[in-house]
Design a protein around this ligand. Structure first.
Ligand SMILES: Nc1ncnc2c1ncn2[C@@H]1O[C@H](COP(=O)(O)OP(=O)(O)OP(=O)(O)O)[C@@H](O)[C@H]1O
Length: 433
């Protein structure tokens, strides 16, 4: 666990952040009222319920407010998003019509969520209602209405943009979007972006050709940055960041929240549906995610139904619990994906059957149970799936990750246990399976 300075330990979020200002002599590079905006928006964070900073916020805010580039590396659900948003709100000047902060995310789902938090922080505090205009946040995400965004960008550029890389590059290449006023660039889930063959080229271009590290503050965030020393070296060598970039690494020994209890059940491949059903019946979770692997090309070619659909059908007919059964997977069109997530957000209890698309960044704090119907392919994937639960920073509520595995998969899970430093407890099969 990384050390925490006692000075900020018990301070409210706003004071911890403001302390960062004075201690590290934060200055607004545009010199056009950033300080005024931060004074307005930090209390706003408290107003919406962020009162005490989490550990990563305690450690990162002074670094971020000092103006240095930063790699935010901390457990899933530890509050990295709020840390970089507080930086953004301290730097931007809402009176200026120009894109001053850009947050790049790997999926539309994460983009929607980050936009929601940013808009919540941007909303005017009640007592200031008539004083000044609040900043605008644009979600430039794959599957969105790019035509509408074009008119918006031309008419009055937003202050903050949350974007997926493909949509962003489309706008940049058409010169509809300018980065010359950008003060902060955040790359969220950075390891995922650099690992994705579809996204990595554009991310590199954004970091070095579309803008320069010298004219912006760069923040990288993720719960998993494998080979982080190498990444730090590359940041400097490749000029993705300035030379004095800081690696804020919190809870390096325990990459997953401690409130998680990990379990496994061994069964044959044929018994997996029934084993999952028994587990659900015994846990009776109000809300959870069941992760299913992607359908193989071979299975697609054979004309089989995707395993996710298969499982949803099975649960709808066999599971008697009161939770809604919903589906979220990559192959669904954007409208259906949005519909699923909004049902999740408004519904009472739910079981979301999902592929790894739901594994990165999605924040549904009510989730207490994760089921790996198929084991994830890597330890990093395990960490991000498991991290969709245990997302209430100051709660001791126990959350559960249950792995349904075949005897041959036991050693794979053991490898993840060693790599991620957790213990998985075996649950015996109930007699009816
Ligand atoms: N200071 C705070 N006080 C109370 N709740 C907080 C605070 N900071 C963050 N949270 C809440 O904690 C949850 C997790 O935060 P967030 O999504 O920022 O985590 P993260 O570190 O980005 O996780 P991931 O790595 O999974 O993306 C959110 O529901 C957020 O509202």
């Amino acid at each position: 666990m990384a050390s925490v300075t006692s000075a900020t330990q018990l301070l409210p979020v706003s004071q911890a952040a403001i302390k960062g200002h004075s201690q590290f002599s934060f200055t607004n590079r545009s010199g056009e009222g950033g300080r005024l905006d931060s004074a307005r928006n930090l209390p706003r964070a408290e107003e919406v319920g962020y009162v005490v900073p989490t550990e990563v916020q305690q450690q990162a805010l002074p670094v971020l407010f000092s103006g240095r580039d930063c790699i935010l590396h901390a457990q899933t659900g530890s509050g990295k998003t709020l840390a970089y948003l507080l930086l953004i709100f301290s730097v931007i000047n809402s009176q200026r019509s120009a894109v001053q902060a850009l947050i790049v995310v790997p999926t539309r789902e994460l983009g929607i969520q980050v936009t929601k938090v940013a808009r919540m922080l941007a909303a005017k505090p009640k007592e200031n209602e008539v004083e000044q205009k609040s900043c605008t946040v644009m979600a430039l995400l794959d599957g969105g209405m790019l035509r509408r965004h074009k008119s918006w960008l031309k008419a009055e550029p937003p202050t903050i943009v949350v974007a997926t890389i493909a949509s962003l590059c489309q706008m940049l290449e058409k010169h509809l979007f300018k980065l010359e006023s950008m003060q902060v660039l955040v790359i969220d889930e950075v390891d995922f972006m650099f690992n994705s063959s579809k996204q990595v080229g554009s991310v590199r271009k954004l970091l070095t050709s579309y803008s320069s590290c010298n004219s912006r503050q760069t923040v990288f965030a993720s719960a998993s940055i494998p080979q982080h020393n190498r990444f730090l070296y590359d940041c400097i060598q490749q000029k993705w960041s300035k030379r004095d970039v800081v690696h804020v690494h919190v809870n390096s020994i325990e990459p997953m929240p401690t409130c998680l209890q990990h379990r496994f059940m061994i069964c044959s491949k044929k018994q997996r549906h029934q084993t999952l059903l028994s587990s659900l019946q015994s846990d009776a979770p109000k809300s959870g995610i069941i992760f299913v692997g992607e359908q193989s090309e071979k299975s697609k070619k054979a004309g089989n139904a995707p395993p996710t659909i298969d499982l949803v059908d099975f649960l709808k007919t066999s599971y008697g619990g009161s939770s809604d059964i919903l589906l979220l997977e990559e192959d669904m069109n954007f409208n259906s994906r949005a519909a699923s997530l909004s049902e999740v957000r408004h519904g009472a209890g739910y079981l979301l059957v999902a592929t790894d698309i739901a594994a990165r960044g999605v924040d549904l704090p009510e989730i207490t149970h994760i089921y790996n119907f198929d084991l994830p392919r890597t330890a990093v994937d395990y960490l991000h799936r498991a991290g969709r639960t245990g997302r209430k920073p100051f709660s001791d509520e126990k959350c559960y990750v249950t792995n349904i595995i075949t005897p041959e998969e036991r050693f794979v899970l053991q490898r993840y246990e060693n790599e991620l430093m957790f213990n998985c407890e075996e649950l015996s099969l109930l007699s009816n399976v």
